[in-house]
Structure formats: C-alpha cells, structure tokens
Design a protein. Structure first.
Length: 372
C-alpha cells in the first residue's frame, strides 16, 4: 500500500518560491519607479520575446483573447466571413471570431488532439477568410498541411499558440507560421505572469503598425487618435515578471519534457490508456508539454481513485469541446471529438513536481488498472 501524498494539479506557491527573490526585486523596481503602462519593462519583454521566437515584432497585450481579436481584425475578418477552428479548444479561441461578426466553423481534431488538416480542407467554402489552428498542450499543429491549404485557397492563418510557447514544428516555433501568432501568459502557462497577459507576434510590418495603434485606443506616438482601437495593453508590472520568467523558460520546458518522458516510460504499457506522443518520438515535432493530456478507459473512475489518494487531475474546459456547450448555439456533430472528450484527462504537469511525485502518480495508475 502506498503512503498517501498530496499532489495538486498546479502549485502556484511552490512556483513562486522557486524564483521569489528575483520576482520580488522586479516588482519592487517597477513600483519604486511608478512605471505602470507602456514603459521600458514592456519594451524589453517584447524585444526578448521577438528574439526568442525569431520574429520581427512582438506586442504585449492584456490577454490571449484580445490577441486573437486583433490578429483576426488585422487579417480582415469581419461580418459575413467564416473562420475555421477546431472545436477541441477553449471558447476563448472562438469568441474573437464572433466578436468581429464572422462565423466560426468548428471542425474535428486528429489523433494528437490538434486540428485535423483534412477536416479543415473539407470545411472551406467561398466565405472562408481564415484558418485558426490551435496549438494545444505544448504541441504545434501540422502546419505544413495547413500552410499548403491556406496558400492554395488564399486564406489567412492566425495561430492560437496560447498553450505552445516554445514548441516547434519542423524547426519553427508555434506562432510564427501565419500572418500573426497569439499567446497567453495566464498564470498556469509555461510562461505565466501574476494575472492575465498575452502577446501577438508577426513578421508583417503593416500588421505591426496596426497592432501598435489598436492596443492603445488607436493613438499614434504623438497621442493622436488615427483609428478605432481598444485598451488591451500588457501591464508593465506583468511584463517585468515575464522578463524574469522568460530567462528560465527553456529550463522549464526541459523539466516538463523530463516529466513527460517518465510518464511515457511508466504508462505506455497500460492498454487502457492512449498517451500523447512522447518527447522522444522524433519526427517533425518538438513538444513542450504545457499539459499532459491523455485518453483513459474508465476515466471518471480513474480520476476518483487518484483523488482518493491525493492526486488532483483536470478535465480541460470541464471536459467539453466548444460545440458541446448548448448555450453557444452550435448545431454540429463531431463524433471523433465527442468520443475523445469523454476520455480526456490531464495529469499533473509542472516544474514544481518532484521525481517521487511522478513515481507516486504512475504507481497509482498502474494499481488502478491492475485491479481489473
């Protein structure tokens, strides 16, 4: 019998403690200067993020949702247009389409839980304006297929890379394939701040000019309003926090991949589980494991067993794809996505986990399925 442990799904206090002195120094510095909005810390973060991703422009924004709204607006999406997006995502990927008066067209996911390029192609109509691939769980979509389709049909690509900062496909970072890429710095992300935060990156100079204006009420550098805009700037205080955390992002990704490697080693032999591709699967992907989302037979029983023994798990978005929220009014059947959402479960995955925590989780899962 295993000695009971308490393993939260995410441990915010532990993550803060790991960088407490650096983070408090950064916050104290901002407060002592009274530097809150559009200050040097934000510019430094934007420069560092652009350099990290090897893109020309990066803009700190209030959150990932606003980043998608501005990216789609820059792509010319508006009333009467359609935008193709997977249903296996958070509603924050889809609301921006509706907010611009366009129609979200929800499609199936593939076996790796990301959007199925074949489903995207089948959904294209004369009204399709853009494709919004969502890079989930620290894995980049098959952008070769999506780029090929978009180029052939004259469609814009706006990437939702909220869960995929640092992940790559064929050597290129998620968020750098399309007209613009968007990111979230929600506290639980691999790069998370102390509240809401987001970013938009692009290699398009005209898009960059528009985002600079639109995030700050349409004002130019002289303070003159030259276009309709909104207020969705990243707070300088959050930028300072992100500056500290960005320096250790690669180390955090390496640790997540170590944890995923151990999950892979211990759990792959269990026939009742369908694991995500492992970190050493090779091929075109470099995955960062923002989440460890697997499929499990008797999922709810497994979750209850783990909970009973102190291990917290999570059903992403409450275990529903976007089209399964009746209040949103989607009339679409996506049987593969619906089957997957009935089996999805996320195991603890963050850098505060110790090796013996992972051993404990795996031991419990082995025990559960060995009982029959």
């Amino acid at each position: 019998m295993l000695n009971k442990r308490q393993i939260p799904f995410f441990n915010y206090p532990a993550l803060f403690k790991s960088q407490e002195s650096e983070l408090l120094a950064a916050v104290r510095d901002v407060l002592s200067r009274g530097a809150y909005i559009l200050q040097q810390d934000l510019r430094e973060f934007e420069h560092s993020l652009a350099k990290y991703l090897n893109v020309k422009h990066a803009f700190g924004l209030a959150d990932g949702t606003n980043a998608i709204i501005l990216a789609l607006r820059a792509a010319g999406v508006g009333a009467g247009d359609e935008v193709i997006v997977p249903s296996h995502t958070f509603v924050a990927s889809v609301y921006p389409i509706k907010s611009l008066g366009a129609t979200p067209v929800l499609v199936e996911c593939a076996d790796d839980h990301l959007v199925d390029p074949a489903a995207v192609e089948s959904a294209v109509t004369k009204r399709t304006k853009a494709i919004l691939p969502v890079h989930l769980n620290g894995r980049t979509c098959n952008m070769a297929a999506i780029e090929k389709l978009a180029g052939r049909r004259g469609l814009a690509i706006v990437e939702d890379a909220a869960q995929a900062l640092g992940s790559k496909f064929m050597g290129r970072f998620a968020g750098t394939f399309g007209l613009a890429g968007t990111f979230s710095f929600y506290p639980a992300k691999s790069l998370g701040c102390f509240g809401d935060g987001g970013a938009l990156v692009t290699n398009d100079d005209k898009v960059a000019e528009r985002i600079e204006l639109w995030r700050d009420h349409g004002r130019n550098k002289e303070g003159v309003v030259v276009d309709w805009g909104t207020n969705c700037r990243l707070d300088n205080l959050q930028a300072a926090v992100l500056n500290v955390k960005l320096r250790s992002l690669d180390a955090a990704i390496a640790r997540r991949r170590e944890i995923a490697r151990e999950y892979e080693r211990r759990l792959r032999p269990i026939r009742d589980l369908m694991l995500p591709p492992g970190p050493d699967a090779g091929g075109e992907h470099f995955d960062t494991f923002q989440n460890y989302e697997m499929q499990a037979n008797r999922r709810d029983e497994l979750r209850a067993y783990l909970e009973q023994h102190g291990v917290r798990t999570l059903l992403q978005w409450g275990g529903r794809a976007v089209h399964q929220f009746e209040a949103l009014g989607f009339d679409v059947s996506l049987p593969k996505t619906e089957l997957m959402t009935s089996r999805f479960v996320m195991l603890p995955m963050n850098t505060s986990l110790a090796d013996n925590d992972i051993t404990y989780v795996c031991d419990l899962i082995e025990q559960f399925y060995s009982r029959g």
